[in-house]
Design a protein around this ligand. Structure first.
Ligand code: SF4
Length: 215
């Protein structure tokens, strides 16, 4: 299924690149599907140290930044002078993507084009996945062009929500049966929110003091 998502991503967001490099491990299956659909070589240009914990659940930025440095290394012999299609499974805060892109540039990448195997993550999860609050999600406060500048990539493309459902074998999001939760991409929560309200500018918390407080 993740390979099909990567193939759909390549169809929706083609790129002139020399090689496809995954951000390991989350981006690896999608990058394989992307490379097969695009007819480009798949290369393990980033090596991941498996003994360092997940970065996005670390409590402070400084610990997260340190984690990224310890966790990923670029393979210069693969990366140097190449136009890279960099595939990851999602962009959450964007800080990890920024570091990975810098890692590739430091290793001599000629161009870095990022392709993300999900729609932009715009809303928090209230069902148990430990994502940050909405205001800290990059896609909740920036357009795709602004995100590309922030991450410092030559181009940035996300899978569309319809592309995601196509990869899952559904004809369209409206026809989904049974219903999947996709609230972190759409802000359409499958259960009623008791203390939060979805507004045009994002989520806000209902409180006795104010009608709506930004979260
Ligand atoms: S799809 Fe739903 S349950 Fe899964 S992370 Fe997003 S909001 Fe949470």
């Amino acid at each position: 299924m993740r390979k099909k998502i990567g193939a759909e991503l390549a169809i929706e967001n083609p790129v002139d690149a020399d090689i496809v490099v995954p951000v390991p491990d989350g981006g690896t299956p999608a990058a394989i599907g992307f490379a097969q659909a695009a007819g480009l070589p798949f290369e393990l240009g980033i090596i991941r140290n498996h003994y360092v914990g997940r970065t996005f659940i670390q409590p402070t930025d400084s610990i997260r930044h340190m984690g990224v440095k310890l966790k990923h290394n670029a393979n210069r012999r693969i990366i140097e002078d190449k136009r890279i299609a960099l595939v990851d499974d999602s962009v959450v805060r964007g800080t990890t993507s920024q570091k990975i892109v810098q890692l590739l540039r430091d290793a001599g990448a000629k161009e870095v084009h990022m392709r993300v195997a999900s729609p932009p993550t715009r809303s928090s999860c209230f069902y148990g996945v430990d994502t940050p609050e909405t205001a800290k999600l990059l896609a909740s406060r920036m357009s795709i062009e602004e995100m590309a500048k922030f991450i410092r990539v030559d181009s940035l493309g996300f899978l569309s929500i319809d592309g995601l459902y196509r990869a899952l074998g559904e004809t369209a999001r409206e026809n989904k049966q049974p219903q999947f939760c996709d609230a972190c991409f759409t802000a359409e929560y499958p259960t009623r929110l008791l203390d939060q309200k979805v507004t045009a500018s994002g989520l806000c918390r209902l409180s006795p003091r104010a009608d709506c407080e930004s979260v």
